[in-house]
Design a binder for this molecule. Structure first.
Ligand code: BGC
Ligand code: ZN
Length: 367
């Protein structure tokens, strides 16, 4: 079967690899689930892996199959699998456990190990291929009614975890009733976070660079949230006008914004950081002011990396609710399809050059 792979550490090495189809027997104790891949979403991480800024091959392999945003259909299950059946639509989690106590209790996204395992990113092959096999623990059923948008499960799990962590932390306040949220960034993560927060009844302001009108701003408004360009209003001013924000989710990838967000965050507020920033950018910050605000305002900032199955399950529920609440909205995020694994060059080109893209995804196999 075919797969899209890179030679980690070698920039621009994306290529089509030929390998053996995996089998149920690859997983011990009759616990294998063989999945036919239907669609795979791609994002900045895939671009960075191909630019050799990120990613490692699995031990014993000189290449890494990329792709971590999977959607597929179960083709066969081992004799001791009761959780899933052939025909089920599914998405797979990305992280795989290491050895810390957090890994051992199923919260492998909270590992304290230095080495972490992520399918399609670090030390484990990904899903940009025709079939994969894994254990049912890592495979989440997606309702059939979501099959057109099921490829959004992985990015949705990223925002679900971030927001769930915020709510979990805020139980410290006994009566936290968040009213206003700011989402920084209006790409896939920002849009999905907006959806999740709107479904929870918050007033949401989304801030990103581009001036409206453009699709992302329109999608923000379709959920009843407000879109503001940072070219028209700084975060500071936006907070004066529309805040203070009880919850801020930072997903732009521009780390200096983190400190601005800390500064404007409401008293008792929570700031969630979900951007993976591999660079080494430095900025000067009003340290005393930020610190004072945090102390006197009992503020919290939390980082959040994706994700265990709990958050994928939340994602399936919120995607379902979104289809009811905002019919057709999720499909509009799927802006740039690529047909077939062999078109990987087009996929990379869209990722690097197409500024208007929200979600680039590969149609791997037709059902
Ligand atoms: C992926 C996450 C992953 C993170 C860090 C993101 O692009 O969506 O699953 O945890 O990169 O590698
Ligand atoms: Zn990703």
């Amino acid at each position: 079967m075919k797969a899209v792979a890179v030679f980690p550490g070698k920039a621009g090495s994306i290529h089509l690899a030929e390998l053996q189809k995996p089998s149920l027997q690859d997983i011990p104790n009759g616990r294998g689930v063989l999945v036919k891949v239907l669609r795979v979403g791609v994002d900045g991480t895939d671009k960075e892996i191909n630019a050799a800024e990120y990613g490692q091959a699995p031990p014993g392999s000189d290449f890494l199959i990329i792709g971590h945003e999977s959607f597929g259909q179960v083709e066969a299950v081992g004799t001791r699998v009761t959780e899933l059946r052939p025909g089920d639509y599914v998405a797979a989690t990305v992280r795989r456990p290491g050895s810390s106590i957090y890994d051992q209790i199923g919260t492998y996204d909270m590992t304290t190990d230095d080495t972490y395992f992520e399918r399609g990113i670090n030390l484990r092959h990904g899903f940009l291929t025709e079939y994969y096999v894994d254990e049912p623990e890592y495979i989440i059923r997606v309702p059939e009614g979501l099959k057109q948008v099921g490829v959004l499960m992985e990015p949705t799990s990223v925002v679900e975890k971030g927001i769930a962590q915020a709510y979990e932390i805020q139980r410290r306040l006994r009566v936290w009733q968040p009213r206003r949220a700011a989402v920084l960034g209006a790409s896939t993560l920002g849009l999905l976070a907006t959806m999740v927060l709107r479904l929870r009844g918050l007033e949401v302001v989304v801030m990103a660079r581009t001036r409206p009108p453009f699709l992302n701003a329109k999608l923000v408004e379709e959920t009843g949230a407000r879109y503001v360009s940072t070219q028209d209003l700084t975060l500071d001013k936006a907070s004066e006008q529309f805040g203070p924000f009880d919850l801020i989710l930072e997903g732009t990838g521009f780390s200096p914004l983190v400190f601005e967000a800390m500064d404007v965050l409401a008293k008792n507020g929570v700031l969630v950081l979900v951007s993976v920033t591999g660079g080494d950018r430095k900025v000067e910050v009003p340290a005393d002011k930020i610190n004072l605000g945090f102390v006197l305002g009992n503020k919290v900032a939390v980082g959040s990396v994706n994700a265990n199955r709990e958050y994928f399950e939340m994602g399936a529920k919120d995607l379902s609710q979104a289809e009811l609440q905002y019919p057709g909205w999720l499909s509009k995020l799927l802006t740039h399809p690529v047909d077939g694994l062999a078109n990987y060059e087009k996929m990379i080109k869209l990722l690097t050059e197409e500024k208007g893209a929200i979600k680039v995804f590969v149609n791997v196999t037709k059902e």
